[in-house]
Design a protein around this ligand. Structure first.
Ligand code: 9MR
Length: 363
């Protein structure tokens, strides 16, 4: 016979065990995505905004439950990091990097040199080449130096080509330092953090075409000169119905130069109103992108450009388009999330092929 005390202890233990096992009803179940991505040796990343990351626990949970890496959508850009010359604001970048560290997520650094989101003192300043080099060095030293060992890879050069043409963009760096600014920036970044993986990140180059060819030529030239370039980020801001079929084929030729490749800013915007059929077809497009990454042995990951439609840059920048991300305005999962799960559960990982160059054998 059990004593009343023993019964109480047993009841207490059962209730405590159930509390541990049963899910919190207010919490979405964690997904299998991180484990699936890791089983293929790739990262599944997400771009995060500091405000919801620090104030909205549901947003934070989506990040930690579904992804293995993060990119700061804006807060590591020059405008925010060094608003005045020599004055640095680390609050946003620290929030992102600390959140990642606390949850075992890796961090992609975005971005060091770009033509957009520059502070006025830099965009409107008049610097000669020597001064601009010093400015570059100071910025890289401060930003890369602060997160050395915690930010594994950097988009050193963002969008070096003109929007709709294969010409090198006429930006501040190009005008002042000449075409060599790309090589110079990569060398400076490498001196600053010799372990970091250094990327060129570009859009409109995901499928084959003139701009992709120009990027391929640039990457080949840089490698020929021994410049420390380790990877290419193919941004992947796609329009529903026009996601390139030849993603894997195009990324593979860069991989065969000895570079890592990744889809760095994925979203698939849908014209309003987004119907159920649109969202189901969008799921196939997300699946295709993930499968394309798996099909290239040096594809190291896919990052989606925002946590949920509620925070996406799309409605503001492309009026009339919507619903570009795997979670909706209310943070509910969309078919696109299922498309990514399908790709990672069924997809086979390509095996490495022999590469022709090995600038980057440090992985
Ligand atoms: O998503 C970012 C958006 O919030 C900013 O307003 C915008 C400013 O240019 O930059 C967006 O992020 C861009 C990224 O840094 C580089 N590739 C294109 C992205 C979308 O514009």
């Amino acid at each position: 016979m059990l004593t009343a005390g023993a019964v109480c202890v047993i009841v207490f233990l059962v209730v405590a065990a159930l509390a541990l096992i049963l899910p919190d009803p207010d919490r979405e179940p964690a997904s299998e995505l991180p484990a699936l991505a890791r089983s293929h040796g790739i990262d599944l990343g997400v771009a995060v905004a500091v405000n919801p990351l620090t104030h909205d626990s549901r947003y934070r949970d989506l990040v930690t439950d579904h992804y293995t890496s993060v990119t700061a959508e804006n807060t590591m850009k020059w405008q925010y990091v060094q608003p005045e010359r020599g004055t640095f604001d680390w609050s946003g970048p620290d929030a992102v990097v600390n959140h990642a560290g606390d949850h075992g997520l890796s961090v992609r650094g975005h971005t060091l040199l770009w033509h957009n989101q520059l502070p006025d003192w830099l965009a409107q300043g008049s610097f000669d080449a020597e001064e601009l080099r010093a400015v570059m060095r100071e910025h890289f030293g401060a930003l890369m130096g602060r997160y050395e060992g915690r930010v594994a890879s950097w988009d050193v050069i963002n969008e070096p080509f003109e929007d709709d043409s294969p010409r090198l963009r006429e930006n501040l760096w190009h005008r002042t330092l000449g075409e060599d600014y790309v090589a110079e920036a990569l060398r400076t970044a490498h001196e600053t953090d010799p372990e970091a993986r250094l990327y060129i990140n570009e859009f409109g180059v995901e499928g084959s075409g003139e701009k992709a060819d120009a990027l391929y030529e640039l990457a080949s030239d840089l490698l020929d000169q021994g410049v420390p370039l380790h990877g290419i980020g193919f941004q992947g801001h796609f329009v529903h119905g026009a996601v390139p079929e030849d993603l894997a084929e195009n990324m593979r030729r860069f991989a065969e130069l000895g570079l890592d490749v990744e889809i760095s800013e994925l979203d698939v915007r849908v014209p309003e109103p987004a119907t159920t059929e649109d969202l189901e077809a969008q799921a196939d497009e997300y699946r295709h992108v993930l499968e394309s990454c798996l099909a290239v042995s040096r594809c190291v990951g896919v990052t989606v450009w925002g946590v949920a439609d509620a925070h996406s840059w799309i409605p503001e920048w492309f009026p009339g388009y919507t619903a570009a991300l795997p979670f909706d305005d209310d943070y509910a999962p969309k078919p696109a999330l299922g498309g990514m799960i399908q790709a990672l559960s069924r997809g086979r990982r390509a095996q490495p092929r022999a590469t022709t160059r090995t600038m980057s054998g440090r992985r």
